[in-house]
Design a protein around this ligand. Structure first.
Ligand code: CIR
Length: 264
């Protein structure tokens, strides 16, 4: 299996999150469903640091990459790569301004896993991939096409993963519509994706439309501060939560999953 430049792969028992510092150009981000509002980039940087500290408080080591001002959305590192146990996939982000982000992050990801790379006409954003154990659910969205899903399935054929397509409508990514909270529970806004494809999970419906995107780290759900009803629902259901204020990154249609690539 190819690995970028034959680089040695780091095997570590400490969970690590690859992050990337906020671009000075964040105000030029892509927007699909939200209206453009001015983003306070200095505040976005402080919030991004606080997000990293929240992950550190959960025992995660941060591997922060430098900002890439030529890519306004580069802080959203989840989209150009998928990191699994045996390999990482450099995706083909499905909007032209982000298409080259895969090449920009490949060397950093290759430190941890052997790489596979998608090629045209595939498009796929990592934000469309919800992993539940060995099952990957992949949103068919404005960013991810059938060829992207087919290439991912072919790359993973030698390994013991299933790849199931899920129709996404009304949300940017599958992870905007639903995320796996752990304990066989899918947190979801059922309006935004066809959840019938999911097997063996119970559904927890978020009372706030954008509240379904949470990041599970060591049994704690990292989530935005501004979905208190969703947080209360999760706590009542027995989950531990850790709210972080990511308001400026939310203006760019980001959330808590897209700001890191977790290697566990
Ligand atoms: C974009 O449209 O690509 C960025 N403005 C937001 C990407 C957020 N990514 C994610 O939730 N996985």
């Amino acid at each position: 299996m190819p690995s970028a430049g034959g680089a040695a792969v780091v095997l570590s028992s400490v969970p690590t999150a690859i992050t990337r510092a906020v671009s000075a150009t964040l105000n030029d981000c892509q927007l699909t469903w939200k209206k453009r509002e001015p983003i306070d980039v200095a505040l976005a940087r402080r919030q991004h640091r606080a997000y990293e500290q929240a992950l550190e408080s959960l025992g995660v080591r941060i591997d922060q990459l430098p900002p890439l001002d030529q890519f306004p959305d580069a802080v959203f590192v989840e989209d150009p790569a998928i990191i699994l146990d045996e390999l990482a996939v450099i995706t083909a982000p499905g909007t032209p301004s982000r298409a080259a982000e895969g090449a920009a992050i490949a060397d950093a990801v290759a430190k941890y896993r052997p790489l596979q790379r998608m090629s045209p006409p595939a498009t796929l954003d990592g934000g469309d991939v919800v992993r539940i154990g060995r099952d990957l659910y992949v949103g068919r969205s404005k960013r991810t096409n059938d060829e992207g899903i087919a290439q991912l399935r072919a790359m993973l054929r030698p390994f013991d993963y299933t790849v199931t397509a899920v129709a996404v409508h009304g949300a940017l990514h599958l992870k905007t519509a639903c995320t796996y909270a752990g304990h066989d529970t899918l947190l979801a806004n059922p309006e935004w994706a066809d959840l019938s494809a999911f097997r063996g999970v119970r559904l927890l419906t978020t009372p706030e439309p954008w509240g379904a995107c949470v990041l599970e780290v060591n049994n704690v759900l990292v989530m935005p501060t501004n979905y208190p009803a969703t947080r209360a629902l999760l706590e009542r259901a027995g989950f531990s939560t850790l709210p972080v204020d990511v308001s400026e990154l939310q203006k760019a249609e980001g959330g808590c999953t897209c700001l890191s690539l977790l290697i566990q």
